[in-house]
Design a protein around this ligand. Structure first.
Ligand code: SD4
Length: 296
């Protein structure tokens, strides 16, 4: 059995279809999630992540990505990387080819190039146009964060039941960060425990939405630990989001989303605000779900 989860409507669909295609052609779980996220990053028509996504306040794309393997809690991440895609592949290389967990900025870019990824211009006519529009419309309010128009992240969860019957989980995420962010800003997505977490003893979780709030909540780790205490994925996500809504007043203002999957392949999600769409693929059967914001 393979269960895959992918966030947000348009990029999530590209991600889940590419991931399942890779899986059905024999990819292991790491390569499956990498294929899903890389497909989104390399699609210039998606405003969400990678090539053609929405840049920072200087009009430059700074990308973050991460992957965590629940078998032995291995993880790799990159943050604030310019001119490289797919950064999910670089995050995986950090996990597999270095003794470190995260590489940042210019040095992450250098590592990616050393590992054979060609640097490229990630700006397109469309995202330059969007940037100019924002810049002229909000010149006095430069660092306004906006999630309204597009979503800037795809987070994916994966579960496989191995032939010996043991379950295995992975979480991965790729993001251009919140649109028009202050240059150098890093959100939750590349942070183990905040944007992703996976543990083969329990299950996996991920986050998307307002990174500062999700990071303060250690949202993904918390969801996995709630499942460890016996909650279902849905109960765990709701518990994290309720706690955020209670303790973090700002989390009401913008979507802060937590999603989780346990070792049976049960899936849940919850959001502090707005609606949250998500794709689930069970052995090739793709289902679309929409979650309403929790009220208290
Ligand atoms: C961030 N969590 O950088 C990301 C943004 C996001 O849908 O998930 N947008 O804060």
């Amino acid at each position: 059995m393979t269960v895959l989860v992918s966030t947000w409507e348009d990029p999530g669909k590209v991600g889940i279809e590419a991931a399942w295609k890779a899986r059905s052609e024999g990819a292991d779980l790491r390569s499956t999630l990498e294929a899903g996220l890389a497909a989104c990053e390399l699609d210039p028509t998606l405003l969400a992540i990678g090539l053609g996504s929405l840049p920072n306040a200087d009009g430059e794309l700074e990308l973050d990505a991460s992957m965590m393997d629940g078998e032995d809690l291995s993880a790799g991440a990159v943050c604030a990387v310019r001119g490289i895609a797919p950064v999910i592949s670089v995050a995986r290389m950090v996990m597999e080819r270095t003794p470190h967990l995260m590489l940042a900025g210019e040095q992450a870019r250098r590592f990616a190039i050393e590992q054979g990824i060609q640097p490229r211009n990630l700006m397109t006519e469309e995202n330059v146009r969007r940037y100019d529009e924002w810049k002229t419309g909000n010149a006095k309010n430069e660092y306004v964060h906006s999630l309204e128009e597009s979503h800037d992240t795809v987070t994916m969860l994966g579960l496989e039941m191995r032939e010996d019957g043991t379950p295995h989980v992975i979480s991965a995420s790729s993001t251009s960060g919140i649109a028009w962010k202050q240059p150098g800003r890093v959100g939750d997505s590349p942070i183990v425990g905040a944007g992703i977490y996976a543990d083969d003893e329990v299950g996996c979780a991920g986050a998307t939405g307002w990174g500062e709030e999700l990071w303060k909540a250690c949202a993904s780790f918390r969801a996995v630990e709630f499942m460890r205490q016996g909650m279902s994925p849905q109960e765990a996500c709701e518990a994290v989001v309720r706690q955020m809504r209670r303790r973090q007043p700002k989390s009401h203002q913008m979507a802060c989303v937590v999603l989780a999957m346990n070792l049976k392949g049960e899936v849940g999600a919850a959001t502090t605000a707005a609606e949250f769409p998500m794709w689930i693929c069970r052995d090739g059967q793709i289902e679309f779900r929409q979650y309403e914001a929790l009220k208290d």
